[in-house]
Design a protein around this ligand. Structure first.
Ligand code: TAP
Length: 519
């Protein structure tokens, strides 16, 4: 099976291309007309309705129901695992070309309807048009990239010859995987973990985030349309703490692919490590977790470029990205000048309802997030100086003004804990070396960036800034599938790299076969 070389899906240009803008506006209206529908659990292709409801609300209009869902019970979780286990018997032996075709067809469906999927994210998680568009493009990229990766893995490098033997190695699937995505890249991350699982020959129980079940269901439908057999992915919305724990602890669960917070990731890792009665393997956990990402601004740099990068990385999607810049570490010599430029930019950010194309920032995801972020802002008022923002902007949804807290100490809570909202701490460093030391002073290690024109400083940063994704003279968000394999160190996860050449190895195991010639 031949596929062309991988290329990233181009992003839409809503500000400059009227055609893109028109298509997105139409999709927003179409989705508005589909809000409030009811969705089922799907196990083995069968739609199952339960009495208990999970309701997904629009964070920009608190009372607007985006969709309602049947909530899974433990009995249904059990059934989903057994169904996935049954489907594994045939799917694991299905020719790789056929599995790859499902991903390629899924990518085509999403590409042909990309504005539709993006519009769902506008309503369900409050993404601006361009943030939603990038999420959809990344989902397409994951399908196309992992399809090609599986074809590559099918032809591993030859082994060293052993005289008198014919020997080879191949990558075989693991078994039933539990896929647990977050809400913040509700399309891309869910698509990435799910498609990596199934193209490798595994079967899946997909437990979507309770904040973004509709977009999860929409992608599940895409897989069905692409010819995925029943039971290969089972769609199981429900609460993380009840149904999630049950799935993770189950003895027939072979692996867990999780993306979310450090707290939940560590909990899953611990639960999965404990063997259950009847369990015959060590479960694998792929956990991508939180971040406390820094941008270092040196004195020898273009401050306008740095201020643009920090603003965009701190406040894109309301700072709710694991890669978001939540600390700007600025060298003393340019500290005040940088703050002036930063303030100017942040104060032009338009906060509003994301269905409106003119806004830059929408709401934060839910009431719990709003409270937690506002609590951090209160802490920030004690730990630093509010340069701008520091308040909610409307009670119709969960809107918080982009907030910059200056003069924060390197070990303050605001400088150490993941806030996951539109709050940036600015820290002063006496020189570049101290700035790098501060950059490495958290328990996380996900993304980071450095702005300097000095070659030696760039080289030093490349060597010593301990993050999974380091960017030099550009912002620390916006990783591209294939070009920037993504994932972090330390408490940011299990050091995996989504969208990179090592990723599918996490979903497979290598088997060696050696046969005596002429026996
Ligand atoms: P979490 O609250 O951790 O939730 C993530 C997922 O885990 C949800 O589907 C959630 O389900 C589920 N869950 C909760 N408790 C569970 C349990 N006991 N057992 C099994 N599953 C459980 O994170 P979030 O708020 O969705 O996402 C934000 C976090 O994700 C941030 O920390 C961010 O940094 C991180 N993140 C990291 C990355 C990478 S690549 N490192 C990328 C994106 C996001 P419910 O919704 O039903 O609770």
């Amino acid at each position: 099976m031949g596929l062309s070389d991988f290329k990233n899906e181009p992003l839409s240009q809503f500000k400059t291309n009227p055609e893109h803008q028109r298509k997105m506006a139409e999709a927003v209206e179409k989705v508005r007309g589909e809000l409030g529908r009811d969705y089922d659990i799907v196990i083995g292709g069968e739609r199952i309705h339960t009495g208990d409801r999970l309701i997904s609300y629009n964070p920009a209009e608190k009372n607007q129901v985006v969709g309602t869902f049947s909530k899974a019970t433990r009995e249904l979780a059990e059934r989903a695992i057994r169904t996935a286990e049954e489907a594994f018997k045939t799917w694991s032996r299905t020719p790789i070309e056929r599995r790859v075709q499902v991903l390629v067809d899924a990518a085509r469906t999403v590409r042909e309807n990309k504005y539709y999927y993006s519009a769902w994210m506008v309503f369900e998680v409050g993404k601006s048009w361009s943030e939603a568009d990038a999420d959809t493009a990344e989902a397409i990229d994951f399908c196309e990239y992992y399809a090609r990766e599986m074809l590559r893995l099918e032809r591993p490098a030859p082994l060293a010859p052993v005289p008198g033997e014919k020997n080879y190695l191949r990558y075989i699937p693991l078994g039933v995987g539990i896929v647990i995505p977050p809400w913040n890249f509700p399309m891309a991350i869910l698509t990435g973990m799910t498609t990596a699982s199934i193209v490798s020959g595994n079967t899946v129980v997909l437990k979507p985030s309770s904040d973004s079940p509709v977009i999860a269901y929409k992608f599940f439908e895409v897989l069905e349309q692409a010819g995925m057999p029943p039971g290969v992915v089972n769609f199981l919305p429900g609460s993380g703490s009840t149904v999630g724990d049950y799935l993770v602890a189950h003895p027939r669960t072979r692996y867990v692919a999780f993306t979310g917070s450090k707290e939940v990731g560590l909990h899953i890792n611990e639960l999965a490590a404990k063997p259950q009665r009847g369990q015959i393997w060590v479960k694998r956990v792929v956990a991508e977790m939180g971040g406390k990402d820094s941008i270092v601004v040196d004195s020898e740099t273009d401050l306008d470029l740095a201020a643009d990068g920090v603003t965009s990385a701190a406040f894109g999607f309301q700072g709710q990205k694991c890669s978001a810049c939540s600390r700007a570490i600025v060298v003393e010599k340019v500290y005040d000048a940088f703050l002036d430029k930063l303030k100017q930019r942040v104060e032009t950010i338009k906060v509003g309802v994301p269905a409106d194309p003119g806004i830059d920032m929408g709401p934060v995801i839910n009431a719990g997030a709003e409270k937690s972020i506002m609590d951090y802002i209160e802490t920030g008022k004690q730990e630093g100086r509010v340069l701008t923002g520091g308040r909610t902007t409307s009670s119709a949804g969960h809107f918080i003004a982009p907030t910059v807290i200056a003069d924060v100490a390197p070990k303050a809570r605001l400088a150490q804990e993941e806030i996951f909202g539109p709050v940036l701490a600015v820290i002063k460093a006496k020189d570049f070396d101290e700035a790098l030391e501060i950059a490495n002073n958290t328990e996380y290690g996900l993304t980071g960036a450095v702005y300097t024109k000095n070659r030696q400083k760039l080289d030093k940063a490349a060597e010593t800034f301990h993050v999974g994704n380091l960017y030099l003279n550009r912002k620390c968000t916006g990783a591209m599938v294939g070009g920037h394999p993504f994932g972090g160190f330390n408490m940011s996860g299990t050091d995996s790299k989504a969208g990179g050449p090592d990723y599918l190895l996490l979903f497979t195991q290598a088997k060696t076969v050696a046969e005596k010639i002429g026996a």
